[in-house]
Design a protein around this ligand. Structure first.
Ligand code: HEM
Length: 457
């Protein structure tokens, strides 16, 4: 019995029911743990391990993971699936309507502050909104939304930020033309300069120590509960951020944060690491989209038509924004959206207990060729129409816990792509083959990509 439509019509309530949710056998649970969870965890949930991304790509583990989920879903078509785990109550949501329900009903009763996420992020931001609950979460989320201009496609500091992106990308291109190529590592260095200037201002452009500190703490975060917190390093790191906020440079996100009104328990310094951390996947999305454009002439031509005709000063580039979204659909940087129930939740099929982990595995929905046109190809157009309306394409999550930085990310990343492709041609010198006429790979190993660069023909 299909209980939900893709638009999400299930209405979980909190009245206990007598029926149980479907529960996976021990074998199916093992299949999901080994084939889906393990590769994602080994790749590094908080900071990627390049060797593991390379291995996952070579063994095509992400494609295999989607196939495993599909087979398991076929055996338990109805309702969220409880996994058979000895130490934890854990459910997996396999129905698109149920995904919409979970995301729409976050943070209550589906809290984003799940135990493993809390343990992982506490290594560097124990009071961040994402792992907070109750009234302080509301205060912290409101502060994030205010600083990041969540509801506006063009951040009010765009006049400062877009030229920063342009300068750093042009510097990167000059160097790439000199050396003849553009490897991921060079792009990442330039992207980190953009991030430090946007977050703290021009004075932080070359402050690699700050970046190194958070990288060290994020590496620990990959181990979640399994590694003790480096409390001294964390204290020094958060102190550095506190100092930056105390002397915030005008025109930076830090300055907006410093000036914003704050409710009780806002913990402003602990909201900032999430920005530094989350700009990483934004850089990955730019480089991946660039690599796709370099190998997809039609998409490149459409992108350039948009850039050449742009009158918005690169603030509003719908096709380029859609290209970033499409790169994130194909290769989601948050493949696992995690929730934890704050109380028992009744579904039509049964009751999900309190403190139950809830997993949404985004690639299962993002790559579903039974429901999506060109599921394995690059088709930014899908983001410009309502063709996938109601289907969970959720690289930035959705609902009240949707990424509050989404619009800022799309502004900066589309401006970066525009700076890169408007005057230069790219070709893949080293890395995976991306062919517009063939399905794109399940994993994109950006670390091994080296692009050739030349002035635009
Ligand atoms: C491509 C880049 C990014 C992607 C794909 C992304 C995606 C996400 C996702 C999926 C979540 C929700 C996580 C969950 O439900 O557990 C989230 C939360 C969040 N993101 Fe992003 N993000 C990106 C970049 C950024 C940036 C650059 C910022 C800030 C400058 C940011 C700020 C936040 C914050 C503050 C939260 C927590 C929201 C809350 O507590 O309600 N993100 N992001």
């Amino acid at each position: 019995m299909p209980t939900t439509a893709p638009t999400g019509t299930t209405t979980p309530t909190t009245t206990p029911a007598t029926t149980g949710l479907p529960t996976a056998t021990a074998l199916d649970t093992a299949r999901l743990l080994l084939g889906v969870l393990l590769p994602t965890v080994v790749k590094g949930p908080i900071i990627r391990r390049p060797w593991a991304v390379g291995l996952t790509a070579r063994l095509d583990l992400d494609t295999k993971a989607v196939a495993i989920v599909r087979k398991v879903h076929a055996r338990y078509p109805e309702g969220p699936l409880m996994l058979r785990l000895p130490i934890r109550k854990q459910a997996m949501v396999l129905d698109p309507g149920d995904v919409n329900t979970v995301l729409a009903q976050s943070p209550e009763p589906f809290s984003p502050a799940s135990s493993e996420k809390k343990a992982a992020l506490s290594h560097f931001q124990p009071s961040n909104s994402l792992i907070s609950r109750g009234p302080v979460r509301t205060v912290r989320r409101a502060l994030q939304e205010q600083v990041l201009d969540t509801d506006h496609p063009v951040h009010h500091l765009a006049d400062t930020f877009v030229p920063v992106v342009e300068q750093e990308m042009q510097g990167l291109l000059t160097e790439a033309l000199r050396t003849g190529s553009l490897p991921w590592a060079a792009f990442q260095d330039a992207w980190y300069r953009v991030v430090r200037r946007v977050v703290f201002g021009d004075h932080a452009r070359d402050d690699k120590e700050l970046t190194a500190m958070i990288i060290r703490l994020r590496k620990d975060g990959n181990w979640s509960f399994l590694k003790p917190v480096r409390k001294d390093t964390r204290r020094r790191f958060l102190q550095r951020i506190g100092d930056e906020l105390a002397h915030a440079e005008p025109g930076s996100l830090a300055a907006v944060m410093a000036a914003a009104p704050k409710g009780e328990g806002a913990a402003p310094a602990e909201q900032v690491p999430q920005w530094l951390f989350a700009f990483d996947p934004a850089g990955m999305a730019v480089f991946r989209a660039l690599t796709v454009l370099a190998t997809h002439p039609e998409a490149m031509a459409t992108a350039r038509r948009e850039i050449d005709g742009d009158t918005s000063g690169r603030r509003v580039l719908p096709y380029l924004r859609a290209s970033i979204l499409e790169a994130l659909r194909l290769w989601p940087t948050t493949p696992m959206i995690l929730r934890q129930t704050t109380r028992p939740v009744e579904w039509p099929e049964g009751v999900m207990p309190a403190d139950c982990g809830v997993l949404v595995y985004a690639p299962y929905f993002h790559r579903d060729e039974r429901s999506l046109r060109s599921a394995h190809n690059f088709s930014p157009e899908r983001w410009l129409t309502d063709e996938d309306d109601g289907w969970p394409l959720v690289p930035f999550s959705d609902g009240p816990v949707v990424c509050p930085g989404k619009q800022l990310v799309l502004l900066l990343t589309s401006a970066a792509l525009a700076s890169l492709v408007s005057g230069h041609d790219f070709g893949v010198e080293q890395g995976q083959t991306l062919d517009p006429d063939r399905p794109l790979p399940g994993t994109m190993d950006n670390y091994s990509v080296r692009l050739g660069v030349s002035p635009r023909a």
